[in-house]
Design a protein around this ligand. Structure first.
Ligand SMILES: Cc1ncc(COP(=O)(O)O)c(C=O)c1O
Length: 393
């Protein structure tokens, strides 16, 4: 059973952890990989020429290969950052010269705050305009209007969307729209932060230029994010931070930057975190891919049986479900659930724009699964959610 792979349950066997969309728990193999680095070869990478440093560099670079294989990219398209948020910022501000007044930055109403704020900032700085794909299917007609106006001069220069909503757990297929935009010179960024680790993700199938995700949400250490920048798009990207290991030559007044991904990785990286991410990917590769989808179906059925499905937001598909009770505050639910050792996310869960659109000003109770989540966890949650309704109404 996967639970046995996670040491946290040894000390807390009754813990019901339903907040994996926030961050996942860590398996023994990841903890061991980080510990081994500290204990056996904790040297810097990429610069020294002794055995310890060469071992550290080889281990660090092997994660780049693993990540590339994992998402169907080439190793030299993988850039390590500090989180998905950093990866998005690297792409957004790195594309500043690509955006001009009147250009359209296309987002969706389902985006995590981290995939909105940086775009707003760059829009303000360049005069580009942010347009949101509406969340409601009925309003999607707006898209036609947008595409028509794109033909008439306004250009969709970038399209950035989350593959799985961090609020509703819905999976979005924007491959056709992405192809349309790319065929006209636009660039597509996929925020796969909630998807990687929950389903197989392939940058070629997604038809995108950039893809981002965070290590800590796929069972790896925090402090590491991945920006996959396809080779064609990498040439349009400018570094936004400079430092050692990023250049081929340096003179008193000028520096010639490297022509490969290393120009985007200044200074000493989070070596142990990247090595831990490698162990996490090996772990994820070894476990059943449909686990989260199966549990989601189970949770929906259970909610229905208990007359709670009416509180569900959207049509969850993969590992994340949000509930909105008409009168009880999400924080009150979370407090009572916590008393039963059940960890959930309560509030807007970094989906402020979607919450505004749905009129959910207090947010939601969100549960999200990991590979250690069991049907018993879901049963316990549903029983306690119902008890909470009894106590709070
Ligand atoms: C869809 C999505 N994108 C981006 C992020 C930001 O990730 P991080 O906090 O690791 O930067 C999150 C975090 O919840 C997310 O769910």
């Amino acid at each position: 059973m996967n639970r046995a792979d996670f040491p946290i349950f040894k000390g807390q066997p009754d813990l019901v952890y339903l907040d994996s969309a926030n961050t996942t728990l860590k398996p023994r193999t990841v903890i061991d990989a980080v510990r081994r680095y500290y204990e056996d070869y904790s040297a810097n990478v990429g610069r020294a020429t002794y055995d310890l440093a060469e071992r550290a560099t080889a281990q660090y670079e092997s994660t780049r290969n693993l990540v590339a294989d994992f998402i169907g990219a080439n190793p030299d398209e993988i850039i390590f950052t500090h989180s998905a948020s950093y990866a998005i910022n690297f792409a957004v501000f790195g594309l500043k010269k690509f955006l001009h007044a009147g250009d359209v930055i296309l987002l969706t109403e389902y985006e995590h705050n981290s995939n909105i704020i940086a775009w707003q900032k760059v829009a303000a700085e360049t005069g580009a305009e942010i347009v949101y794909l509406p969340s409601s299917r009925a309003q999607r007609g707006n898209l036609d209007r947008l595409l028509r106006s794109a033909r008439n001069g306004k250009k969709i220069k970038t399209f950035s969307y989350s593959l799985i909503s961090n609020i509703t757990g819905e999976l979005f297929d924007h491959r056709e729209l992405s192809a349309w935009i790319r065929a006209r010179g636009g660039l597509v960024l996929v925020d796969a932060t909630q998807a990687v680790g929950r389903m197989s993700v392939d940058v070629n199938e997604l038809n995108c230029d950039f893809l981002v995700f965070s290590s800590h949400k796929i069972y790896g250490p925090s402090g590491v994010g991945v920006l996959c920048a396809r080779s064609n798009a990498q040439t349009k990207l400018e570094p936004i931070i400079y430092g050692s290991q990023t250049f081929t030559s340096i003179l008193p007044q000028t520096t010639e930057l490297s022509h490969d991904y290393s120009r985007f990785e200044p200074g000493t990286p989070n070596i142990e975190g990247v090595i831990g991410l490698g162990a996490a990917i090996e772990y994820v590769n070894s476990v059943i891919a449909t686990h989260d989808q199966d549990l989601t179906q189970y949770a929906i059925e259970k909610l229905e049986q208990n007359d709670l499905k009416k509180y569900l937001i959207g049509e969850p598909q993969v590992g994340i479900l949000s509930l909105n009770h008409p009168t009880i505050h999400p924080h009150d639910f979370a407090m009572l659930l916590n008393q039963k050792n059940i960890a959930v996310r309560a509030g807007k869960a970094c989906g402020d724009i979607l919450m505004q659109k749905l009129g959910l000003n207090r947010g939601v109770v969100r549960i999200s699964f990991g590979i250690y989540t069991t049907k018993t966890d879901i049963d316990k949650f549903i029983a306690e959610y119902q008890n909470a309704i009894g106590r709070l109404t």
